[in-house]
Design a protein around this ligand. Structure first.
Ligand code: PLP
Length: 401
Protein backbone atom coordinates (compact mmCIF):
# COMPACT_ATOMS: atom_id res chain seq x y z
CA UNK A 1 0.00 0.00 0.00
CA UNK A 2 1.45 3.37 -0.98
CA UNK A 3 0.75 5.90 1.70
CA UNK A 4 -0.42 9.32 0.63
CA UNK A 5 2.29 11.90 1.16
CA UNK A 6 1.19 15.12 2.85
CA UNK A 7 0.51 17.89 0.33
CA UNK A 8 3.60 19.96 -0.42
CA UNK A 9 3.35 23.47 0.97
CA UNK A 10 6.94 24.63 0.54
CA UNK A 11 6.86 27.04 -2.36
CA UNK A 12 5.49 30.42 -1.53
CA UNK A 13 7.61 32.75 -3.62
CA UNK A 14 5.18 35.66 -3.47
CA UNK A 15 5.12 35.38 0.30
CA UNK A 16 8.92 35.42 0.47
CA UNK A 17 9.09 38.44 -1.80
CA UNK A 18 6.50 40.29 0.28
CA UNK A 19 8.41 39.48 3.46
CA UNK A 20 11.67 40.76 2.03
CA UNK A 21 9.94 43.96 0.89
CA UNK A 22 8.47 44.43 4.36
CA UNK A 23 11.96 44.06 5.89
CA UNK A 24 13.47 46.59 3.45
CA UNK A 25 15.65 43.80 2.08
CA UNK A 26 14.12 43.52 -1.37
CA UNK A 27 16.56 44.00 -4.25
CA UNK A 28 15.86 45.37 -7.65
CA UNK A 29 18.09 46.08 -10.58
CA UNK A 30 18.80 49.41 -12.21
CA UNK A 31 19.28 49.67 -15.93
CA UNK A 32 22.33 51.67 -16.90
CA UNK A 33 23.75 53.09 -20.08
CA UNK A 34 27.29 54.42 -19.56
CA UNK A 35 28.01 58.05 -20.34
CA UNK A 36 31.15 60.19 -19.97
CA UNK A 37 33.66 59.35 -17.21
CA UNK A 38 31.89 58.22 -14.08
CA UNK A 39 28.44 59.20 -15.37
CA UNK A 40 25.68 56.90 -16.57
CA UNK A 41 22.04 57.08 -17.50
CA UNK A 42 20.20 55.17 -14.78
CA UNK A 43 16.67 54.17 -15.75
CA UNK A 44 16.75 57.05 -18.23
CA UNK A 45 18.22 59.75 -15.95
CA UNK A 46 21.87 60.94 -15.88
CA UNK A 47 23.58 60.11 -12.60
CA UNK A 48 27.06 60.32 -11.17
CA UNK A 49 28.12 56.80 -10.15
CA UNK A 50 29.95 56.12 -6.90
CA UNK A 51 29.46 52.38 -6.57
CA UNK A 52 31.23 50.71 -9.46
CA UNK A 53 34.26 48.42 -9.05
CA UNK A 54 35.97 49.81 -12.15
CA UNK A 55 38.53 51.36 -9.80
CA UNK A 56 41.15 52.29 -12.37
CA UNK A 57 38.70 53.40 -15.05
CA UNK A 58 39.87 50.71 -17.47
CA UNK A 59 36.50 49.19 -18.44
CA UNK A 60 36.11 51.73 -21.24
CA UNK A 61 39.75 52.49 -21.90
CA UNK A 62 40.25 52.96 -25.68
CA UNK A 63 43.19 50.53 -25.85
CA UNK A 64 41.33 47.83 -23.92
CA UNK A 65 38.34 48.24 -26.23
CA UNK A 66 40.58 48.19 -29.31
CA UNK A 67 42.24 44.93 -28.19
CA UNK A 68 38.84 43.39 -27.58
CA UNK A 69 37.59 44.34 -31.06
CA UNK A 70 40.74 43.24 -32.83
CA UNK A 71 40.74 39.89 -31.05
CA UNK A 72 37.05 39.36 -31.80
CA UNK A 73 37.86 39.74 -35.50
CA UNK A 74 40.53 37.07 -35.18
CA UNK A 75 39.08 34.62 -32.63
CA UNK A 76 35.35 35.23 -32.99
CA UNK A 77 33.12 35.87 -30.00
CA UNK A 78 32.66 32.58 -28.17
CA UNK A 79 35.54 30.29 -27.24
CA UNK A 80 33.51 27.33 -28.46
CA UNK A 81 34.35 24.83 -25.71
CA UNK A 82 35.88 24.30 -22.31
CA UNK A 83 39.63 24.72 -21.83
CA UNK A 84 40.27 20.98 -21.86
CA UNK A 85 38.52 20.48 -25.19
CA UNK A 86 39.19 23.21 -27.76
CA UNK A 87 38.48 26.38 -25.75
CA UNK A 88 42.04 27.14 -24.61
CA UNK A 89 43.35 29.72 -27.07
CA UNK A 90 46.74 31.34 -27.47
CA UNK A 91 45.18 34.47 -25.96
CA UNK A 92 44.33 32.57 -22.75
CA UNK A 93 47.77 30.98 -22.64
CA UNK A 94 49.55 34.32 -23.01
CA UNK A 95 47.33 35.96 -20.43
CA UNK A 96 48.12 33.19 -17.94
CA UNK A 97 51.85 33.57 -18.51
CA UNK A 98 51.63 37.33 -18.05
CA UNK A 99 49.51 37.01 -14.89
CA UNK A 100 52.05 34.57 -13.43
CA UNK A 101 54.87 37.03 -14.12
CA UNK A 102 52.78 39.89 -12.69
CA UNK A 103 52.17 38.06 -9.40
CA UNK A 104 55.67 36.55 -9.19
CA UNK A 105 54.29 33.01 -9.13
CA UNK A 106 55.28 30.10 -11.40
CA UNK A 107 51.83 29.63 -12.91
CA UNK A 108 48.38 31.17 -13.28
CA UNK A 109 45.05 29.69 -14.33
CA UNK A 110 42.19 31.75 -15.76
CA UNK A 111 38.61 31.09 -14.67
CA UNK A 112 35.39 32.53 -16.08
CA UNK A 113 34.59 34.43 -12.88
CA UNK A 114 35.81 34.96 -9.36
CA UNK A 115 32.82 33.09 -8.00
CA UNK A 116 33.72 30.05 -10.09
CA UNK A 117 37.41 30.29 -9.23
CA UNK A 118 36.64 30.24 -5.52
CA UNK A 119 34.21 27.34 -5.78
CA UNK A 120 36.58 25.33 -7.96
CA UNK A 121 39.74 25.97 -5.95
CA UNK A 122 38.35 25.32 -2.47
CA UNK A 123 36.46 22.27 -3.66
CA UNK A 124 39.62 20.92 -5.28
CA UNK A 125 41.76 21.53 -2.19
CA UNK A 126 39.57 20.38 0.70
CA UNK A 127 36.79 17.87 1.29
CA UNK A 128 35.31 15.73 4.04
CA UNK A 129 37.83 15.28 6.88
CA UNK A 130 39.38 18.70 6.17
CA UNK A 131 38.50 22.15 7.45
CA UNK A 132 38.42 25.62 5.91
CA UNK A 133 38.78 28.61 8.22
CA UNK A 134 37.15 31.82 7.07
CA UNK A 135 37.29 35.39 8.17
CA UNK A 136 33.76 36.30 9.26
CA UNK A 137 33.56 38.99 6.61
CA UNK A 138 34.77 36.89 3.69
CA UNK A 139 33.01 37.27 0.37
CA UNK A 140 29.92 35.09 -0.13
CA UNK A 141 31.61 33.07 -2.88
CA UNK A 142 34.30 31.89 -0.43
CA UNK A 143 31.77 30.85 2.18
CA UNK A 144 29.65 29.08 -0.44
CA UNK A 145 32.79 27.33 -1.69
CA UNK A 146 33.65 26.24 1.84
CA UNK A 147 30.18 24.79 2.32
CA UNK A 148 30.07 23.05 -1.06
CA UNK A 149 33.45 21.38 -0.54
CA UNK A 150 32.06 19.16 2.21
CA UNK A 151 34.93 20.17 4.51
CA UNK A 152 34.15 21.55 7.95
CA UNK A 153 33.77 25.31 7.92
CA UNK A 154 34.92 27.52 10.77
CA UNK A 155 34.65 31.28 10.88
CA UNK A 156 37.14 33.37 12.86
CA UNK A 157 36.69 36.93 14.08
CA UNK A 158 37.40 39.58 11.48
CA UNK A 159 41.17 39.93 10.91
CA UNK A 160 41.81 38.30 14.30
CA UNK A 161 44.97 36.15 14.16
CA UNK A 162 44.56 35.09 17.82
CA UNK A 163 41.06 33.76 17.25
CA UNK A 164 42.32 32.01 14.13
CA UNK A 165 45.27 30.51 16.08
CA UNK A 166 42.89 29.19 18.70
CA UNK A 167 40.54 27.61 16.15
CA UNK A 168 43.43 26.12 14.17
CA UNK A 169 44.98 24.63 17.31
CA UNK A 170 41.72 22.97 18.34
CA UNK A 171 41.06 21.45 14.93
CA UNK A 172 41.92 17.79 14.32
CA UNK A 173 41.42 18.07 10.58
CA UNK A 174 43.84 16.55 8.13
CA UNK A 175 44.13 19.59 5.89
CA UNK A 176 43.53 23.12 7.14
CA UNK A 177 42.89 25.88 4.63
CA UNK A 178 42.74 29.44 5.91
CA UNK A 179 40.83 31.69 3.56
CA UNK A 180 40.63 35.46 3.59
CA UNK A 181 39.73 38.38 1.36
CA UNK A 182 42.86 40.50 0.67
CA UNK A 183 40.80 43.70 0.72
CA UNK A 184 37.40 43.15 2.32
CA UNK A 185 34.79 43.79 -0.30
CA UNK A 186 32.23 45.57 1.86
CA UNK A 187 34.52 47.25 4.43
CA UNK A 188 37.58 48.17 2.38
CA UNK A 189 40.11 47.19 5.04
CA UNK A 190 43.17 45.08 4.24
CA UNK A 191 43.70 41.64 5.82
CA UNK A 192 46.81 41.60 8.07
CA UNK A 193 48.45 38.86 6.03
CA UNK A 194 51.76 38.90 7.93
CA UNK A 195 50.03 38.46 11.27
CA UNK A 196 47.71 35.74 10.00
CA UNK A 197 50.77 33.97 8.64
CA UNK A 198 52.09 33.05 12.10
CA UNK A 199 49.34 30.66 13.22
CA UNK A 200 49.01 29.41 9.66
CA UNK A 201 52.65 28.31 9.62
CA UNK A 202 52.63 26.99 13.17
CA UNK A 203 49.72 24.72 12.36
CA UNK A 204 50.93 23.58 8.96
CA UNK A 205 47.89 25.16 7.33
CA UNK A 206 47.68 26.81 3.90
CA UNK A 207 46.72 30.42 3.31
CA UNK A 208 44.43 31.32 0.42
CA UNK A 209 43.93 35.01 -0.32
CA UNK A 210 41.15 36.30 -2.56
CA UNK A 211 42.39 39.72 -3.57
CA UNK A 212 39.54 40.72 -5.87
CA UNK A 213 39.75 44.34 -4.73
CA UNK A 214 43.47 44.62 -4.03
CA UNK A 215 44.88 43.73 -7.43
CA UNK A 216 45.28 46.89 -9.43
CA UNK A 217 44.54 49.22 -6.54
CA UNK A 218 47.31 48.36 -4.03
CA UNK A 219 51.07 48.14 -4.43
CA UNK A 220 53.47 49.94 -6.72
CA UNK A 221 52.44 48.05 -9.87
CA UNK A 222 49.03 47.05 -8.63
CA UNK A 223 50.31 43.76 -7.21
CA UNK A 224 47.69 43.84 -4.46
CA UNK A 225 47.67 42.95 -0.78
CA UNK A 226 50.12 40.05 -1.12
CA UNK A 227 52.62 42.41 -2.75
CA UNK A 228 52.42 45.12 -0.09
CA UNK A 229 53.13 42.52 2.62
CA UNK A 230 55.75 40.88 0.36
CA UNK A 231 54.13 37.48 0.76
CA UNK A 232 56.00 34.81 -1.17
CA UNK A 233 54.36 31.97 -3.08
CA UNK A 234 55.30 29.67 -0.18
CA UNK A 235 53.54 31.94 2.31
CA UNK A 236 50.43 32.45 0.19
CA UNK A 237 50.31 29.29 -1.91
CA UNK A 238 46.86 30.11 -3.30
CA UNK A 239 46.24 33.63 -4.57
CA UNK A 240 43.06 34.64 -6.37
CA UNK A 241 42.43 37.75 -8.43
CA UNK A 242 39.38 38.83 -10.36
CA UNK A 243 39.38 40.65 -13.67
CA UNK A 244 36.00 42.36 -13.44
CA UNK A 245 37.10 45.01 -10.96
CA UNK A 246 40.30 47.08 -11.33
CA UNK A 247 41.18 45.26 -14.58
CA UNK A 248 37.93 46.48 -16.10
CA UNK A 249 37.21 43.25 -18.01
CA UNK A 250 35.75 39.99 -16.70
CA UNK A 251 36.94 36.64 -15.38
CA UNK A 252 39.38 35.63 -12.66
CA UNK A 253 42.68 33.90 -12.04
CA UNK A 254 44.45 31.71 -9.54
CA UNK A 255 48.23 31.89 -9.17
CA UNK A 256 50.59 29.54 -7.42
CA UNK A 257 52.89 26.62 -8.01
CA UNK A 258 52.99 24.32 -11.04
CA UNK A 259 51.53 21.59 -8.86
CA UNK A 260 48.63 23.78 -7.75
CA UNK A 261 47.69 24.82 -11.28
CA UNK A 262 48.12 21.30 -12.68
CA UNK A 263 45.97 19.82 -9.95
CA UNK A 264 43.27 22.46 -10.52
CA UNK A 265 43.26 21.62 -14.22
CA UNK A 266 42.67 17.98 -13.23
CA UNK A 267 40.11 18.49 -10.53
CA UNK A 268 38.46 21.92 -10.36
CA UNK A 269 35.00 21.25 -11.78
CA UNK A 270 34.22 24.91 -12.35
CA UNK A 271 37.29 25.02 -14.58
CA UNK A 272 36.72 21.76 -16.43
CA UNK A 273 33.00 21.85 -17.03
CA UNK A 274 32.41 25.34 -18.30
CA UNK A 275 33.02 27.19 -21.54
CA UNK A 276 36.31 29.07 -21.61
CA UNK A 277 36.18 32.86 -21.33
CA UNK A 278 35.90 34.53 -24.76
CA UNK A 279 39.46 34.84 -26.13
CA UNK A 280 38.80 38.49 -26.98
CA UNK A 281 38.27 39.11 -23.28
CA UNK A 282 41.62 37.50 -22.57
CA UNK A 283 43.25 39.80 -25.15
CA UNK A 284 41.51 42.86 -23.71
CA UNK A 285 42.73 41.79 -20.27
CA UNK A 286 46.33 41.52 -21.51
CA UNK A 287 46.10 45.17 -22.49
CA UNK A 288 44.51 46.17 -19.22
CA UNK A 289 47.19 44.23 -17.32
CA UNK A 290 49.83 46.36 -19.05
CA UNK A 291 47.95 49.51 -18.04
CA UNK A 292 47.53 48.26 -14.47
CA UNK A 293 51.28 47.72 -14.18
CA UNK A 294 52.54 50.79 -15.98
CA UNK A 295 50.05 53.57 -15.24
CA UNK A 296 50.83 54.18 -11.62
CA UNK A 297 49.18 57.61 -11.92
CA UNK A 298 45.79 55.87 -11.81
CA UNK A 299 46.52 54.55 -8.32
CA UNK A 300 47.96 57.91 -7.26
CA UNK A 301 44.90 59.71 -8.52
CA UNK A 302 42.65 57.24 -6.74
CA UNK A 303 44.52 57.79 -3.46
CA UNK A 304 44.24 61.53 -3.93
CA UNK A 305 40.45 61.27 -4.41
CA UNK A 306 40.13 58.91 -1.43
CA UNK A 307 42.04 61.30 0.85
CA UNK A 308 39.99 64.25 -0.40
CA UNK A 309 36.80 62.35 0.38
CA UNK A 310 37.97 61.23 3.83
CA UNK A 311 39.06 64.75 4.77
CA UNK A 312 35.69 66.08 3.58
CA UNK A 313 33.81 63.49 5.61
CA UNK A 314 35.77 64.38 8.73
CA UNK A 315 34.79 68.02 8.27
CA UNK A 316 31.15 67.04 7.89
CA UNK A 317 31.29 64.77 10.92
CA UNK A 318 30.47 61.68 8.85
CA UNK A 319 31.68 58.42 10.31
CA UNK A 320 33.82 56.30 8.01
CA UNK A 321 35.45 52.93 8.44
CA UNK A 322 39.23 52.69 8.65
CA UNK A 323 39.86 52.07 4.97
CA UNK A 324 42.59 53.37 2.70
CA UNK A 325 41.26 51.59 -0.36
CA UNK A 326 38.71 52.80 -2.96
CA UNK A 327 35.98 51.11 -0.87
CA UNK A 328 34.76 53.77 1.58
CA UNK A 329 31.56 52.58 3.21
CA UNK A 330 29.29 54.90 5.17
CA UNK A 331 27.52 52.89 7.84
CA UNK A 332 23.80 53.62 7.98
CA UNK A 333 22.69 50.99 10.51
CA UNK A 334 19.28 49.68 9.57
CA UNK A 335 18.37 48.56 6.07
CA UNK A 336 15.64 51.20 5.92
CA UNK A 337 18.06 53.99 6.76
CA UNK A 338 20.54 52.77 4.14
CA UNK A 339 17.73 52.77 1.57
CA UNK A 340 16.62 56.24 2.60
CA UNK A 341 20.17 57.60 2.31
CA UNK A 342 20.63 55.98 -1.07
CA UNK A 343 17.31 57.40 -2.32
CA UNK A 344 18.16 60.86 -1.00
CA UNK A 345 21.53 60.79 -2.79
CA UNK A 346 19.84 59.65 -5.93
CA UNK A 347 17.42 62.55 -5.75
CA UNK A 348 20.58 64.69 -5.83
CA UNK A 349 21.86 62.98 -8.95
CA UNK A 350 24.24 60.48 -7.35
CA UNK A 351 23.98 56.69 -7.45
CA UNK A 352 25.32 54.73 -4.46
CA UNK A 353 23.45 51.49 -3.84
CA UNK A 354 22.51 50.47 -0.32
CA UNK A 355 24.20 47.27 0.89
CA UNK A 356 22.03 45.30 3.29
CA UNK A 357 21.93 41.88 5.00
CA UNK A 358 22.77 39.16 4.23
CA UNK A 359 25.58 40.82 2.24
CA UNK A 360 26.64 42.59 5.45
CA UNK A 361 25.79 41.73 9.09
CA UNK A 362 22.45 42.80 10.55
CA UNK A 363 22.54 46.41 11.76
CA UNK A 364 25.49 47.38 9.57
CA UNK A 365 23.66 48.27 6.38
CA UNK A 366 25.62 50.86 4.50
CA UNK A 367 26.31 52.94 1.48
CA UNK A 368 29.27 51.31 -0.18
CA UNK A 369 30.92 54.34 -1.74
CA UNK A 370 33.66 53.46 -4.21
CA UNK A 371 36.03 55.63 -6.18
CA UNK A 372 37.50 55.34 -9.62
CA UNK A 373 40.43 57.01 -11.35
CA UNK A 374 37.67 58.30 -13.67
CA UNK A 375 36.25 60.60 -10.99
CA UNK A 376 37.07 64.30 -10.97
CA UNK A 377 37.83 66.25 -7.80
CA UNK A 378 34.69 68.35 -8.37
CA UNK A 379 32.65 65.17 -8.48
CA UNK A 380 34.00 64.07 -5.10
CA UNK A 381 33.07 67.50 -3.76
CA UNK A 382 29.63 67.11 -5.21
CA UNK A 383 29.25 63.79 -3.41
CA UNK A 384 30.35 65.43 -0.16
CA UNK A 385 27.80 68.24 -0.60
CA UNK A 386 25.08 65.72 -1.27
CA UNK A 387 26.06 63.65 1.79
CA UNK A 388 26.01 66.79 3.90
CA UNK A 389 22.49 67.69 2.88
CA UNK A 390 21.31 64.08 3.18
CA UNK A 391 22.69 63.97 6.70
CA UNK A 392 20.89 67.22 7.55
CA UNK A 393 17.61 65.97 6.10
CA UNK A 394 17.66 62.49 7.61
CA UNK A 395 19.27 63.41 10.93
CA UNK A 396 22.49 62.09 12.45
CA UNK A 397 23.98 58.65 12.65
CA UNK A 398 22.24 55.67 14.05
CA UNK A 399 24.39 54.11 16.74
CA UNK A 400 26.48 51.20 15.53
CA UNK A 401 25.60 47.86 17.15
C1 PLP B 1 33.59 40.28 -6.65
C2 PLP B 1 34.25 39.27 -5.82
C3 PLP B 1 34.29 37.94 -6.22
C4 PLP B 1 33.54 37.44 -7.42
O1 PLP B 1 34.22 37.76 -8.59
P1 PLP B 1 33.40 37.72 -9.97
O2 PLP B 1 34.45 37.66 -11.00
O3 PLP B 1 32.60 38.96 -9.97
O4 PLP B 1 32.55 36.49 -9.93
C5 PLP B 1 35.01 37.05 -5.46
N1 PLP B 1 35.63 37.45 -4.33
C6 PLP B 1 35.59 38.71 -3.90
C7 PLP B 1 36.30 39.09 -2.63
C8 PLP B 1 34.88 39.65 -4.62
O5 PLP B 1 34.80 40.90 -4.19
Amino acid sequence: MIQNAPPATGFNLEGQIDASKAADLYRHRRTLVPGQGAWATVDGVEKLIFCSNDYLGLARHPSVIASFKKAADCYGVGSGASHLVTGHSRAHQQLEEELAAFTGRPRALVFSSGYMANIGVIDALVGPGDCSFHDRLNHASLLDAGRLSGARLMRYRHCDADDLACKLARSQSRRKLVVTDGVFSMDGDIAPLRTLMRPVQQQGAWLMVDDAHGFGTLGLQGGGAASIFRMSAQEVPVLIGTLGKAFGTSGAFVTGSHALVESLIQSANTYKYTTALPPALAEATRTSLRLVQTENWRRERLQHLIQRFRAGCRQLGLRLLDSQTPIQPIIAGSASRALAMSAALEARGILVTAIRPPTVPQGSSRLRVTFSANHQEEEVDRLLDALDSVQKTLGGDEPCP
